[in-house]
Design a protein around this ligand. Structure first.
Ligand SMILES: *[C@@H]1O[C@H](CO)[C@@H](O)[C@H](O)[C@H]1NC(C)=O
Ligand SMILES: *[C@@H]1O[C@H](CO)[C@@H](O)[C@H](O)[C@H]1NC(C)=O
Ligand SMILES: *[C@@H]1O[C@H](CO)[C@@H](O)[C@H](O)[C@H]1NC(C)=O
Length: 415
């Protein structure tokens, strides 16, 4: 029933080896069928798994060896993995966070639980291997993994059972092994039909699935557009634009939700914010909006809130959050993990900043984002004419204020 069929297979080696393989696959199901199921959207019920006792015992043991960390902005620590978490990803519907670790599992967390005391997760076993990378499909109904030993991609379908719980089913066959180069990222392009794996020192697909970018030892980031024909068939990967301006190699970069902004972090000790909402087909170049000094190192990661207003940069086990407009340092989160941070992301609503490094996943309130939202809503409230609008704004301000106040209360208690 999971009738995956490899429709076409074309190896594309682009300049600098940024993109290595581009695989087209057709999932053997009709579109309407998929849409129908989508509408019955898998509500996360996360009933506890078959062996709750064993799990509990193990997780207690793991906890003892875990790095302890607390911070005013820490919303939750997600602990279930018994190995180091290597990659995290949010689903585009905002409901799930996926994580993979060297404990041979992928965990699917409900974002709804982030503020709860308990954090339920569902487990998918990665048989005979472990996943180093995980990415949701654009429809949030499947995820793909990169297999550490298999050097290939395995797809898991997320299936809703009759009792409302969810289960995972691996595709009967892994992708054919295509290349031996170390893979540093995987992603699924716009139509969901194309899966890419990438080498180079850092590479990523934009959240909208339209762009692919990579960086390496040179001071620039190269961005391509993935082009599809009218029927959704893959056409080409066309050079779009470069981000040029750093004076040393770029460690990492990130896109805003709509790809209108990008942030880069470099060995030159700065991060840069770029306006990438340009007509590159008319040779218009992206323009630099901001350059801000920051701590960085080889493994540094960058994250940009979906609205492009908050920048987060990791350096070793630390993260700094900045106002993207003014460059002002807003928050410092130090010693988050016992290992170097390997993934850093905002959730799709910009409420949380999440990172991984050791066995735990840390979820932080995006306080700078909340503060900016409160300021904006207060301005709107002054101008608001109708009563319903006013009430809605007042409620939203109150909700955002609760998050800020909780952090402030914790601060007071700590003094
Ligand atoms: C996690 O990573 C650290 C450093 O890379 C390593 O020392 C440790 O053994 C790893 N833990 C597991 C369970 O693999
Ligand atoms: C940006 O994110 C929102 C969810 O917060 C989503 O509804 C919207 O479609 C996204 N826009 C793009 C261009 O991806
Ligand atoms: C950044 O600073 C400007 C000017 O002070 C402010 O209006 C905006 O809300 C701030 N944004 C964030 C995300 O803190």
């Amino acid at each position: 029933e999971f009738n995956m069929e490899i429709a076409a297979l074309c190896a594309l080696t682009l300049l600098l080896g940024a993109l290595v393989v581009l695989v087209a696959l057709a999932v053997g199901r009709r579109k309407e069928e998929i849409r129908e199921e989508l509408e019955q959207a898998a509500e996360f019920t996360g009933k506890s798994s078959k062996k709750p006792k064993q799990e509990k015992q193990r997780s207690r043991k793991d906890k003892a060896s875990q790095h302890t960390f607390s911070h005013l902005l820490l919303a939750s620590s997600l602990k279930s993995h018994s190995g180091n978490v290597t990659c995290i990803d949010f689903s585009s519907n905002g409901k799930y966070l996926a994580s993979c670790a060297d404990d041979r599992t992928v965990r699917i967390w409900s974002t709804k639980d982030f503020l709860e005391r308990e954090h339920k997760c569902l487990r998918a076993n990665v048989d005979l291997d472990h996943a180093t990378l995980v990415r949701f499909s654009p429809d949030s109904r499947a995820f793909i993994t990169w297999l550490a030993n298999g050097d290939t991609i395995r797809i898991f379908k997320m299936i809703k059972k009759e009792d409302g719980t969810m289960t995972f089913k691996a595709a009967p066959e892994d992708f054919p092994q295509k290349h031996k180069a170390p893979i540093i990222n995987i992603g699924i392009a716009e139509t969901g039909k194309f899966i890419m794996s990438m080498t180079n020192s850092y590479a990523s697909i934009s959240p909208c699935g339209r762009f692919v970018a990579s960086c390496g030892f040179t001071p620039d980031v190269k961005v391509w557009e993935v082009c599809f024909g009218k029927g959704g068939e893959f056409k080409e990967v066309a050079r779009a634009f470069d981000l040029k301006g750093h004076s040393a190699g770029v460690h990492a970069f990130a896109f805003s939700n709509d790809s209108h902004r990008m942030v880069t972090v470099s060995k030159d000790g700065t991060w840069k914010l770029w306006n990438t909402n340009v007509e590159y087909k008319k040779q218009q170049d992206p323009y630099l909006l901001k350059t801000v000094p920051c701590a960085s190192s080889d493994g540094s990661r960058a994250a940009l809130s979906p609205d492009g207003r908050v920048v987060a940069i990791s350096d070793g086990c630390n993260v700094a959050m900045y106002n993207a407009t003014t460059g002002q340092l807003e928050e410092e989160l130090n010693g988050i993990h016992s290992e170097e941070i390997n993934d850093l992301r905002f959730d799709i609503n910009g409420r949380f900043l999440v990172c991984s490094g050791d066995k735990a996943i840390r979820v932080f309130h995006n306080a700078p984002g909340y503060r900016a939202a409160i300021r904006d809503m207060q301005d709107m409230l002054k101008k608001a004419q109708n009563e319903a609008m006013k009430q809605r704004l007042q409620q939203q301000i109150a909700e955002a204020q609760i998050v800020i106040n909780t952090a402030n209360l914790k601060k007071k208690a700590a003094l």
